[in-house]
Design a protein around this ligand. Structure first.
Ligand code: BTN
Length: 259
């Protein structure tokens, strides 16, 4: 019997998804599977995570029955580690497009890895890889999405900054169908990314951007420096172009917008 609100395990099995009612972290499990020789394309999905990980050592709150928490193991042929850097941006833009299409909610992207609705965070992406010499051995792309969370499902400290599809639309979404639709679309996007790079995703990212045109403050761009200015563009490699008040432009490849 499929309980209302829970994942449909028959459909997940039929699609070859490794589903776990509970895991520490889907990224950690996907990395373990990668080290054990699992093939590229392996997908790990959990209903709940007790040690969900975010960027910069943060945790990802993952209560049961509410979200979509999954990781895809990728073994891209001939990809060099630098080419994989804008993968997160490509995945974020594709996910925003598909979420808008499937739910009608105006999901946007914040550089580099956040999915927002109305300025609040509804999703995030954590990409981790392992290299051997110059080669990229594998990448794990982990995505966390707040779907049916009520306000009380978030810890108090996140309530001001986090949101979910349910909170923004009043609709409780059927997670299995939404996940399988997203995954199908993401797989197509990843194939395109490894064939043609970030260029085909640049216009999409710009269209859905909540970052371009805003004044930003960036941390982690290098040497403890804080970069401030207006986010004016995103180039074909996924770098953010920041213009300061004297019109000087900086090209930022990594970091985090702190406001
Ligand atoms: C972030 O915004 O900091 C990234 C959050 C990524 C969370 C997802 S949930 C599924 C996968 N498993 C993890 O442990 N983390 C990612």
């Amino acid at each position: 019997m499929v309980r209302r609100g829970s994942f449909n395990t028959q459909m997940l099995d039929a699609s070859g998804i490794r589903y776990y009612p509970h895991l520490g972290s889907t990224n950690t499990e996907a990395r373990r599977l990668a080290e054990a020789g699992a093939p590229g394309g392996t997908v790990v999905l959990a209903d709940a995570q007790s040690a969900g990980r975010g960027r910069r050592g943060r945790s990802w709150h993952s209560p049961p029955g509410k979200g979509i928490y999954f990781s895809i193991l990728l073994r891209p042929p001939e990809a060099d580690p630098a080419a994989a850097a804008p993968l997160t941006l490509a995945a974020a833009a594709s996910a925003a497009r598909k979420l808008r299409e499937c739910t009608g909610v105006q999901v946007s992207v914040k550089w580099p890895n956040d999915l927002l609705i109305g300025g609040k965070k509804m999703g995030g992406i954590l990409t981790e890889g392992r290299t051997g010499g110059q080669a990229l051995l594998y990448i794990v792309l982990g995505i966390g999405l707040n779907i049916n969370h009520r306000a009380e499902d978030f810890p108090a400290e996140l309530r001001g900054s986090a949101t979910s599809l349910y909170l923004e639309s009043g609709i409780a979404f059927e997670r299995t169908a939404l996940f399988l639709d997203l995954l199908k679309d993401l797989r197509r996007s990843l194939e395109l990314f490894f064939k043609e790079g970030f260029a085909p995703f640049q216009p999409l990212w710009k269209e859905f951007s909540a970052t371009l045109g805003s004044e930003v403050k960036l941390a982690g761009a290098g040497q403890g420096e804080i970069v401030e200015g207006k986010a004016v563009d995103l180039d074909a490699e996924g770098a953010l172009l920041i213009e300061d008040n004297r019109g000087r432009r900086r090209r930022i490849l990594c970091g985090e917008i702190v406001y």
